[in-house]
Design a protein around this ligand. Structure first.
Ligand code: PMP
Length: 451
């Protein structure tokens, strides 16, 4: 791209593009970055400079960019058909993928309902849970149990079950009411307790709310093992399994949102596997198509599915569907990605890399301003604080996390903060050698921002 073309791109960008989750005044005051090419774990800007993809292009990419097997599968599908609706019509890939997802996910989830992003996958799970109880005659079940600090997407339904003030508070007048349980956030325990002496008191608090509201609750919704956008909040061992037990005991459906954790990100194919949990509904997106094309799925048990069967006049149909539901190109990418998981034994390959991550991140604890380091598999959050002793946070105006990420960008790696939690989530296929360089950049960026 020559100087003239670049100048025109800058001008048109400033004139016409409104970016997601971005304060446009800051964006326009800064130096925009236009990515035009990607290969492996690197992104390249229009000037040809390379950057490590330290957050897997927003927690999506799995096997690296431009993987030959997935590229070929998408191209072959494109030669056959780009899209056909799934409203009452099938296509072979959607059937094949549904069968694979049922085989891979925890036992009991036998039905797959497609959509095209994480928020809609959650929206669908909420509506399915609500409508399920309607068909069962329990019409008082109009609420959901959620966790503080939860993030399930940006549509009004998924925002309703979210718990991040910065993103969600403004919309409160538009949202449906929910019951909120304390998050399993040990570094800043809302119950003022310490793990493991607490005896998982936050799970018991969850149970008390289930008991109190059990006739009003359609479902409980959780991000299993790690609450991502809330700050990479890792739940202590046993928390998820206890939540499952409690939901079963009180007869409330459990929705696990594996949009971020699914497809290997936690070191197992799904986070629920770590604690042998089978939810009633599970949401998938992001890694499902390895970061290639928009795709999502909501999986349900036979029991939930069966409640929707009836004569047309009984009005039991699930009236929900999107134009691009189950798009064949995205499905082809998803099928190819699952083949790569097998061919490359991706999950086994992660084991030495996770050990390395753990060893390298342990060194970060000594850095000034590093308050807490949380990791499950390839999902890492480094919480930066003004005072390590007391855990006092920086004033929001310091935008400390953003500062670290800006430094990392200058050094050749793209990462994004969640407030003052710096997220590091490279593609699962990242080699040990690349991981070492990425961690060097991360460490230097945290150190320099402190200076
Ligand atoms: N659920 C979880 C757990 C997520 O992390 C996200 C996205 N970060 C979503 C839902 C929403 O997904 P999408 O951005 O594709 O709508």
């Amino acid at each position: 791209m020559n100087e003239g073309e670049y100048a025109a791109l800058l001008a048109d960008d400033a004139a016409h593009v409104w970016y997601p989750f971005t304060q446009m005044r800051d964006y326009l005051a800064g130096e925009p970055l236009f990515i035009e090419r990607a290969q492996g774990v690197r992104l390249y800007d229009v000037k040809g400079r390379g950057y490590y993809d330290g957050v897997s292009s927003l927690w999506l990419n799995v096997h690296g960019h431009g993987h030959p097997h997935i590229d070929r599968a998408v191209k072959e599908q494109l030669d056959r058909m780009a899209h056909s609706t799934m409203l009452g019509l099938g296509h072979p890939g959607a059937v094949r993928l549904a069968k694979k997802l049922v085989d891979l996910t925890p036992a009991g989830l036998n039905k797959v309902f497609y959509s095209d992003n994480g928020s809609t996958a959650v929206e669908i799970a909420l509506k399915m849970a609500f409508q399920y109880w309607r068909h069962r005659g329990e019409t008082g079940r109009t609420s959901f149990l959620t966790l503080g600090g939860a993030y399930h997407g940006d549509t009004i339904g998924s925002v309703s079950v979210g718990g991040i003030d910065l993103f969600h508070r403004l919309f409160r007048p538009l949202l449906f009411p929910t019951v909120t349980a304390p998050p399993p956030y040990c570094y800043r325990c809302r119950l003022g307790l310490t793990h493991p002496a607490c005896g998982l008191a936050c799970a018991e608090a969850f149970g008390e709310l289930l008991l109190r509201h059990r006739t009003e609750l359609a479902a409980a919704v959780v991000e299993p093992l790690i609450q991502g956008a809330g700050g990479m909040i890792t739940a202590p061992p046993g928390y998820l399994a206890r939540i499952r037990e409690l939901c079963t005991e009180y007869g409330v459906l459990l929705i696990t949102d594996e949009v971020a954790t699914g497809f290997g990100r936690t070191g197992r194919m799904f986070a629920c596997e770590h604690e042998g949990v089978s939810p009633d509904l599970m949401t998938l997106s992001k890694g499902i198509s390895a970061g290639y094309l928009p795709l999502a799925a909501t999986l349900a048990t036979d029991e939930i599915y069966a409640a929707f069967l009836g004569l047309p006049a009984e009005n039991k149909t699930f009236f929900h569907g999107h134009s691009y539901t189950g798009n064949p190109l995205a499905v082809a990418a998803a099928l190819a990605s699952l083949e790569v998981f097998e061919q490359e034994d991706t999950l086994a390959g992660m084991q030495p890399k996770m050990a390395y991550l753990s060893e390298r991140l342990a060194r970060f604890t000594a850095l000034p301003q590093v308050g807490d380091i949380r990791r499950r598999g390839f999902m890492t959050g480094i919480e930066l604080v003004a005072d390590k002793e007391t855990g006092t946070a920086f004033p929001a105006s310091a935008r400390y996390g953003a500062r670290v990420c800006r430094t990392a960008r200058q050094k050749g790696m793209i990462i994004r903060p969640l407030d003052d939690v710096v997220v590091f989530m490279p593609p699962l296929a990242t080699s040990l050698a690349d991981l070492a360089v990425m961690l060097d950049i991360l460490e230097e960026s945290v150190r320099e921002a402190a200076g």
